[in-house]
Structures are given as structure tokens and as C-alpha cells.
Design a protein around this ligand. Structure first.
Ligand code: ADP
Ligand code: AMP
Length: 220
């Protein structure tokens, strides 16, 4: 399956993507995680991306699309992938369509995670991620690690993302509404959008998502 996950920052995309990718047997591709890995390796791409990320802006399309394309072309993504955080504007969605068309592929679904803004703000304020791998995500009250400050998955140090500060979050939400939300209409025109509530226990949301994807597949 080829799936795009969409939703505001803090909706639980990364949290759900890890679980869904495992259940569906496809790789989880997060452009945010790829940028953070570049930042920790101090690559040129990482240095460029950090300046945009810290301001809550989108990294320019050209580098983002090239990075996403490169990742989607890896052998593990041959039979499908779950995109998290990409595409993030209509130009990226058009670029993805073109890429898929060139390979005679199509998307199966766009899973839209709906969460009220006040919940998103609480989730982001308490989010902690792992230094070793930013897809290891915790929350100081909703999803506590067994030992404070230590990643349950790999023992790495947990920290708060630089762009999870209050000011940057406000900017990221604005960018979401103005630049990312329009992709929902773009994909509605292709009849690909499946909307679910991302409120409630993490496992229930995973179940909800799997059932919604199954219904979408059966309806085609
Ligand atoms: P996104 O990738 O959409 O930005 P994350 O998956 O990183 O969102 O989740 C944001 C924060 O909310 C994390 O700290 C995560 O532990 C927490 N979280 C995720 N899903 C839920 C949920 N269903 N209920 C409460 N907190 C959640
Ligand atoms: P995320 O981890 O998805 O919350 O993304 C963190 C930050 O990385 C965003 O605020 C952007 O600055 C940058 N980023 C991630 N994905 C993209 C994308 N598809 N296009 C542009 N910037 C991105």
C-alpha cells in the first residue's frame, strides 16, 4: 500500500505511522525524521534544514522533494510506503503524483488525522523524542517512558525538539493551515481522503486507522 498521513503538528502522525507501518509491512518515511537525522550528522542538508525548521517554516521544496524521492527509491519501499509529513504543500503533492506516475504507481489512501487545536498544543508541549532516532516519541504525561528522560526503545536520551517551543508551534500551526491543509482538497478531488479522529488511546486510533483503510480498499 502507498499511504500519505496528514494532520496538524502533534496530531500523532509519527506515533501512528510507526504502528501502522509495522502492521502493514511497509516502511515509515518521515521527512521530519530524515531532516533531524541530517541535523545530527551535521550534513550540509541538515544545516540548511535546521534554519527553516527552527523558524517553523517549511524547508524549500527542491531539497525536500529530492530527499523524499531518494528515500522512496530505496528497495524496502518497492511494494509500498507510509509517508509522514510529506507532501506538505500542493507543489509537493504534484511532484509526488508525477513521481508515482513515472513509475506507473498510484496512492491508495490519504489518512487525515483530526484533532482539536487545544489538544495538539498539549501534545506538543509534552513531547519528548530520542537523540538516537526521532521516530521514538514519548510524552511527559500521555506516553511516559519507563524511566524519565530515557528512551524505552533504545536507551537513548530524550529531549524536547527545538521547534516545539510555544512561539514556533504557533508558526507551525499557521503554516499547516495555509500551506498543508490545501492538500486535503487536492486529494479529495482524487477521492483518496479517509478522515479519522486522532483522539483517544493510541492503540484505539491505530485500530480505527486500519479499519478505515480496509473500508477504503474494499470500496475501490
Ligand atoms: P506528529 O507526528 O503528528 O507531530 P506525534 O506522533 O509526535 O505527532 O505526537 C505528538 C505528541 O503527542 C507526542 O508526545 C506523543 O507521545 C503524543 N501522542 C500521540 N498520540 C497520542 C494520543 N492518542 N493521546 C495522547 N497523546 C498522544
Ligand atoms: P515534523 O517532524 O513532520 O513535525 O517536521 C518538522 C519540520 O521539518 C517542519 O516544521 C519543517 O520545517 C520540516 N519539514 C518536514 N517535512 C517537510 C516537508 N515535506 N516540506 C518542508 N519542510 C518539511
Amino acid at each position: 500500500m502507498r499511504i500519505v498521513l496528514v494532520g496538524p503538528p502533534g496530531a500523532g502522525k509519527g506515533t501512528q505511522a510507526v504502528r501502522l507501518a509495522e502492521k502493514l509491512g511497509i516502511p515509515h518515511i518521515s521527512t521530519g525524521d530524515l531532516f533531524r537525522a541530517n541535523i545530527s550528522r551535521q550534513t550540509e542538508l541538515g544545516k540548511l534544514a535546521k534554519s527553516y525548521m527552527d523558524a517553523g517554516n517549511l524547508v524549500p521544496d527542491e531539497v525536500t522533494i529530492a530527499m523524499a524521492k531518494d528515500r522512496m527509491e530505496q528497495p524496502d519501499a518497492e511494494n509500498g510506503f507510509l509517508l509522514d509529513g510529506f507532501p506538505r504543500n500542493v507543489s509537493q503533492a504534484e511532484a509526488l503524483d508525477e513521481l508515482l506516475r513515472d513509475e506507473h504507481m498510484t496512492l491508495d489512501a490519504v489518512l487525515d488525522l483530526e484533532v482539536p487545536e487545544e489538544e495538539v498544543v498539549k501534545r506538543i508541549a509534552g513531547r519528548r523524542i530520542c537523540r538516537n532516532d526521532s521516530s521514538h516519541v514519548f510524552h511527559v504525561t500521555y506516553s511516559k517512558p519507563e524511566q524519565e528522560g530515557v528512551c524505552d526503545v533504545c536507551g537513548g536520551e530524550l529531549y524536547q525538539r527545538d521547534d516545539d517551543s510555544e512561539d514556533t508551534v504557533r508558526k507551525r500551526l499557521e503554516v499547516y493551515h495555509t500551506q498543508t491543509e490545501p492538500i486535503i482538497d487536492y486529494y479529495k478531488a482524487q477521492e483518496l481522503v479517509v478522515t479519522i479522529s486522532s483522539l483517544g488511546p493510541v492503540d484505539e486510533i491505530t485500530q480505527r486507522a486500519l479499519e478505515a483503510l480496509k473500508r477504503e480498499k474494499a470500496g475501490k
